[in-house]
Design a protein around this ligand. Structure first.
Ligand code: MF3
Ligand code: CO
Ligand code: CO
Length: 289
C-alpha cells in the first residue's frame, strides 16, 4: 500500500506525506537496500502517541520523585510497593508491573547484588549502606512510561557510591550517543566503554527495549555493542537506556523459586538506571528518567 505524496501522512499529523514522513521513509528504504537494519513503521511513534506517553511519564516521574524521600534505613519493600501503588493510582495511572507476565508486585526493587526484578517484600528491610534500584512503569490511557533510579541508603561505601555514579554516567554517555541516523550499537558502545574503563561488566542477558504503546516493544536493546552496529536510529523511535552493570563478574542467575529476581553469580554489587528516550530530528529527548 503506497501513500501518494499529496496524501495525508500515515502518522496522523494532518500534514501531506511529502512534507512529513516521506523523506525519512525514503531514507530508510535506501538504507535497507544497503543491508542496514531499519525500524518498521510500528517502531516509529506518531505525534499523538508521543503526547500520550509524555502524560504517562509525568506520573511516572512524580512517583519516582515521591518515593525518593522514603529511601531510608528501616523502610521495607512492601512499604515501597504501597507508596508506588498509592501515588500512581492517586495520579490516575496504573502500575504496569503488577501481574505483567505474572509479576506479583507494583514495582521492582533491586538491592546490592540483585541485578533487576527484585521483589518489594516485607522481608526486604533497607539498611544503612545498601544501594537499591527502584524501577517504576506507569500506564496512562494505554501509554507506557518506564524509568528507574538508584538510591543510596544512608552512608554507603566508596565502592558502592562509585558504582552508582558510574552507571549513571554510562546512561548519560549512552544518551549523548543517541543521534538520528546513527546506530543503536553506538549507544551500547558508549555505555560498555565507560563501564569497562571502570573495571565493571555490563549484563548481556537482559537489556532495554522499545516502549510506549506496550511495556516491552521491539527492538531489544543490548549494551555490549560496537559503534555502527545494530538497528538504525530513526526519528520517532522510543526506547529505554537501562544497562545493568556489575562491579564483579558478568554472570547472573535468576531465582529458581520465583523465576524473576536476578542476581550477580559472584554476589558482587550491580547497579542500573533507566531512561526512556525518543529519537528526534536533531538528537533525542528524554521522556522519563
Ligand atoms: N521495568 C522493567 C524494565 O525496565 C521491567 C519489569 S517487568 C516486571 O523493563 F514484570 F518485573 F515488572
Ligand atoms: Co525498561
Ligand atoms: Co523499567
Amino acid at each position: 500500500m503506497k501513500i501518494g505524496r499529496n496524501d495525508p501522512c500515515w502518522c496522523g499529523s494532518g500534514k501531506k506525506y511529502k512534507s512529513c514522513h516521506c523523506a525519512n521513509d525514503e531514507k530508510m528504504e535506501k538504507l535497507k537496500s544497503m543491508g542496514e537494519l531499519v525500524p518498521t513503521q510500528d517502531m516509529l511513534k506518531t505525534p499523538e502517541q508521543i503526547e500520550g506517553v509524555k502524560k504517562a511519564a509525568v506520573i511516572n516521574t512524580a512517583v519516582l520523585d515521591y518515593i525518593s524521600d522514603f529511601m531510608k534505613p528501616g523502610v521495607t519493600g512492601d512499604q515501597i510497593d504501597k507508596l508506588v501503588y498509592e501515588k500512581t493510582t492517586e495520579l490516575g495511572g496504573i502500575c504496569a508491573p503488577y501481574q505483567y507476565e505474572g509479576y506479583p508486585y507494583h514495582v521492582c526493587t533491586s538491592v546490592n547484588s540483585q541485578v533487576c526484578h527484585g521483589f518489594p517484600t516485607e522481608e526486604l528491610v533497607l539498611k544503612e549502606g545498601d544501594i537499591i534500584n527502584v524501577d517504576c512503569t506507569t500506564i496512562l490511557d494505554g501509554y507506557f512510561a518506564d524509568a528507574s533510579r538508584m538510591f543510596c541508603i544512608g552512608e554507603v561505601s566508596a565502592e558502592r557510591k562509585k558504582l552508582v555514579d558510574v552507571v549513571k554516567e554510562c546512561c548519560d554517555l549512552g544518551l549523548a550517543a543517541v543521534k538520528p541516523w546513527g546506530h543503536m550499537g553506538d549507544v551500547g558502545a558508549a555505555i560498555c566503554e565507560h563501564a569497562h574503563k571502570n573495571g565493571y561488566k555490563v549484563v548481556r542477558e537482559i537489556g532495554g527495549h522499545g516502549v510506549g504503546c506496550e511495556f516491552h516493544e521491539d527492538p531489544w536493546v543490548g549494551y555490549n555493542t560496537r559503534p555502527g552496529t545494530e538497528i538504525v536510529l530513526v526519528p520517532g523511535m522510543m526506547f529505554t537506556i537501562e544497562p545493568m552493570v556489575n562491579a564483579g563478574g558478568q554472570e547472573i542467575f535468576i531465582d529458581k523459586d520465583n523465576g524473576w529476581e536476578a542476581y550477580t553469580a559472584d554476589g558482587s554489587d550491580s547497579a542500573q538506571w533507566e531512561y526512556q528516550v525518543l529519537v528526534t530530528e536533531d538528537g533525542c529527548e528524554v521522556i522519563a528518567r
